[in-house]
Design a binder for this molecule. Structure first.
Ligand code: BT5
Length: 273
C-alpha cells in the first residue's frame, strides 16, 4: 500500500463533509477493503479512500473490477448513516445519482443509471458501485460505498471478456465531439471526484431532511432501465418482464408476463430489446 500526496486542486474543489478527509493511495488491493478496515478502526463519517489503481478491485458477488492506472477513479466513501439495514440500497442510489450528475456536469456525455449499480453510456458500462455494510442488530454501524469510473481507460488494455461491454468518459466525450471537455485529464479526474462527492453529500442531506422522494425522483429521471423489457438473473433464477419502477427502498418492481409484480432486491439485468 503506497500513499500519494493529496492534490491541492482536489482539496479546494471539495465543498461539504464527504471527502473532507481523503486518503490518497498510489495502489491498493481494493479501496473498499481498505475503507472497511479503516472504518472498523474508527474512521470518521465522510472519509474517502482514493487510489490510482487496484490489484484486486471488487465487483458484486466476488466478481473482479478491472482497475488499471492512468487517471481512472477508484474510491470508497465511509459513512456512519443512521438508517436501518433494509435501507442500505439507498446508499447505492445516492452514489449512482451523484456520480451520474457529476459525469454529465464535467464531460457533458450521455449517462444512464442501470439498476441496480451500473453507470452506463448507451449500452456500455462506464462505472460501477459496490456498497458494503457492517451492521449490528438491524442498524448500520458503518457503510462503505465503492465507486469505480473508467475515466481514461485504454479499452484495448481490458481483458477480452470486458472490452465489448465497457467504455470510458474520455472515449465517449471524444466520440460525441466533446474532446475539449476532457483535454486536461487531471482536472477532469479531480472534477469528477469532487463533483461526485459534493453531489452525494447533498443528496444524502436531502434524503435525511426531506425523506427519500426527491432522491428517488432524480434516480427515475436519470435511469435507462424503467419501461424496458428485461431479463433479470437472481442467483440461479431468471425472470423476464418490464421494469415498472423502483420502490421506496430502491428495489426493482418488475411487471411479469403473467401480470404479477415482482420485487427484486438485487440481480443482474440484461436489456431484451
Ligand atoms: C460493479 O460490480 O459494477 C461494482 C464495481 C465497483 C468497483 C469499485 S472501484 C472502487 C471500489 N473498490 C473496489 O474494490 N470496488 C469498488 P458488478 O455489477 O458485479 O460488475 C462487475 C462486472 O463488470 C465484471 O464481471 C465485468 O463484466 C465488468 N467490469 C469489470 N471491470 C470493468 C471495468 N473497468 N469497466 C467496465 N466493466 C467492467
Amino acid at each position: 500500500m503506497k500513499s500519494s500526496p493529496q492534490s491541492e486542486q482536489l482539496k479546494a474543489m471539495i465543498k461539504g463533509d464527504f471527502g473532507r478527509n481523503i486518503i490518497n493511495m498510489d495502489t491498493v488491493d481494493s479501496t473498499n477493503s481498505v475503507a472497511m478496515y479503516l472504518a472498523d478502526k474508527g474512521a470518521q463519517h465522510g472519509t474517502v479512500v482514493l487510489s490510482e489503481s487496484q490489484t484486486k478491485g471488487k465487483g458484486r458477488l466476488g466478481r473482479h473490477w478491472e482497475s488499471p492506472g492512468g487517471m481512472n477513479i477508484y474510491m470508497s466513501l465511509i459513512l456512519r448513516p443512521t438508517i436501518k439495514t433494509e435501507d442500505a440500497t439507498l446508499l447505492t442510489v445516492i452514489a449512482a445519482v451523484g456520480c451520474a450528475r457529476a459525469i454529465i456536469e464535467a464531460a457533458d456525455i450521455n449517462v444512464g443509471i442501470k439498476w441496480p449499480n451500473d453507470l452506463m453510456s448507451g449500452d456500455k458500462k462506464l462505472g460501477g458501485i459496490l456498497t458494503e455494510i457492517k451492521s449490528v442488530s438491524g442498524d448500520i454501524l458503518f457503510s462503505v460505498t465503492g465507486i469505480g469510473i473508467n475515466v481514461n481507460t485504454e479499452l484495448e488494455g481490458l481483458p477480452s471478456g470486458v472490452r465489448p461491454i465497457a467504455t470510458s468518459v474520455c472515449s465517449e466525450a471524444i466520440k460525441s465531439g466533446k474532446g475539449e471537455a476532457v483535454s486536461n485529464i487531471r482536472l477532469l479526474r479531480d472534477s469528477l471526484i469532487s463533483g461526485a462527492l459534493n453531489e452525494m453529500g447533498q443528496w444524502y442531506s436531502v434524503t435525511v431532511t426531506e425523506g427519500r422522494k426527491p432522491l428517488l425522483d432524480e434516480w427515475r429521471r436519470l435511469t435507462s432501465t424503467l419501461g424496458k423489457a428485461l431479463k433479470v438473473k437472481i442467483g440461479e433464477e431468471v425472470v423476464t418482464g418490464v421494469a415498472e419502477d423502483i420502490d421506496e427502498y430502491g428495489m426493482l418492481l418488475l411487471r411479469l408476463q403473467s401480470g404479477g409484480l415482482k420485487r427484486i432486491s438485487s440481480g443482474d439485468v440484461t436489456l431484451l430489446q
